[in-house]
Design a protein around this ligand. Structure first.
Ligand SMILES: Nc1nc2c(ncn2[C@@H]2O[C@H](COP(=O)(O)OP(=O)(O)OP(=O)(O)O)[C@@H](O)[C@H]2O)c(=O)[nH]1
Length: 398
């Protein structure tokens, strides 16, 4: 790579990192987009500038200080990157593991500097960066899960794997290639190929994080447009879409059941304890029901205190299983009163269960049958489950 001179590559890289830091800060401070992750990323980019070395700009400094600055800066950069990733992916895991690895790395660098070795501090930071890089790979891989295609998942994880690989190869070089000690102690610049490679990996990691941030924004927008803001259940439109999808699956032999739910005497809660108590009761009910449903089940708020659950069935027409689930939801709510301002407010709900009908594209017939059963549960005394007999056509109930 004779056509590339190293100081120019380092200047371009420094400029890129500076611009990226400014961009993350702007997003975080002005637009409030991923503010904590954005600030961490801005700091990571600034640390990267310090870590990449600057030739003889530290010439007047004592050798240990010249060595310490880039090693600590690189470790800090990867540490900040990993913390930003956790925030970006909304991981609930505490950063204790990251702090341990970074702490051990920092201790290793400090001990190496104290021993006067040229290699030991680099080796310590390289090992720590390799481990942190691998943790970043795991973080992104798990954070994306199967919510995006395999290609996108691999593409987004790859830059972090490259970071770990580069650090690992560098560690191996330190151990196996003679003469590195002098190279390090004299503060020589990296080769052009190495400088370009690090720049490319830094840029790829930045792109990957931008992709993760955009994905997070899309997920947020989807959440806002699909969810009822009070309870977090699907809103009516999203539930109707899920129902239409279920009807399409029904044509292909995959069945589901509908459970219409209405909280009993809900108006009394509002009247006696106020609207905020009513809101808290709605949230409580959804929490209790969601806990009793599987991830593939959908719970939608159709309006007011009326909800509907769509339960995919392993065996189409398995009304018995759907009835057991509805009964479980009924019993769990009856057993868990709402704790409101020091008192317990008992809550119950009525349930109507029905199977959908093939050929009913929007699922209106199934919904109407579940609703009729719900009405029957109300008139028969509430806090009960009524089930429509499935005769394949319209109307019959038991
Ligand atoms: N707090 C609160 N109340 C709501 C909300 N949406 C609807 N409501 C109230 O829910 C109440 C529904 O009352 P009704 O339809 O009479 O039903 P109910 O009192 O549960 O009676 P039954 O269904 O017959 O047991 C009305 O007073 C609505 O104002 C909401 O988002 N928050």
């Amino acid at each position: 790579m004779d056509f590339l001179d190293v100081p120019t590559v380092l200047k371009v890289s420094a400029l890129f990192n500076l611009m990226a830091a400014l961009a993350w800060l702007t997003l975080a401070q002005l637009f409030r987009i991923a503010p904590r992750a954005g600030r961490l990323m801005a700091a990571a980019h600034l640390a990267r500038i310090v870590s990449q070395g600057c030739g003889d700009c530290l010439a007047g400094w004592p050798a240990p200080a010249r060595q310490a600055v880039p090693e600590f800066a690189l470790l800090g950069c990867v540490l900040l990157l990993l913390l930003a990733l956790r925030r970006m992916l909304r991981s609930r895991q505490r950063p204790r593991d990251i702090a341990w690895i970074a702490g051990l790395g920092a201790a290793g660098i400090a001990a190496g500097l104290a021993s006067g070795s040229g290699l030991a501090p680099q080796l310590a930071s390289t090992v720590a960066v390799t481990v942190l890089g691998l943790m970043a790979v795991r973080e992104v891989w798990r954070g994306i899960g199967d919510r995006l295609s395999a290609v996108v998942r691999i593409g987004t994880t790859l830059p972090f794997a490259l970071l770990a690989l580069l650090a690992f190869v560098h560690g191996a070089e330190l151990l196996l290639v003679p003469g590195w000690e002098a190279h390090v102690l004299e503060g020589r610049l990296p080769t052009a190929a190495r400088a370009v490679l690090w720049f490319v990996v830094t840029a790829a990691i930045t792109l990957s994080l931008i992709a993760l941030m955009i994905w997070r924004l899309i997920m947020r927008i989807q959440h806002l447009t699909h969810r009822d803001p009070l309870t977090g259940a699907l809103n009516r439109r999203a539930f109707e879409r899920a129902l239409a999808d279920g009807q399409a699956q029904l044509q292909r032999g995959r069945g589901f059941a509908l459970v219409m739910i209405d909280i009993d005497h809900f108006k009394q809660i509002n009247d006696r304890h106020g609207h905020p108590a009513g809101d808290a009761a709605l949230q409580h009910c959804v929490r209790v029901w969601q806990a009793g449903l599987r991830e593939i089940d959908c719970l939608g708020r159709l309006g007011g205190e009326e909800f509907c659950a769509l339960l995919p069935l392993a065996l189409p027409g398995d009304l018995a299983t759907a009835t057991v689930v509805a009964e479980r939801l009924r019993a769990s709510l009856a057993a868990q009163p709402l704790h409101w301002q020091g008192s317990e407010l008992p809550l119950t709900a009525s349930f109507g269960v029905a199977l959908p009908v093939v050929g009913d594209a929007q699922g209106e017939v199934g919904l109407a049958r579940a609703d009729a059963e719900l009405y029957r549960a109300k008139t028969e005394g509430r806090n009960r489950v009524c089930v429509a007999l499935h005769l394949g056509g319209l109307g019959a109930s038991s």
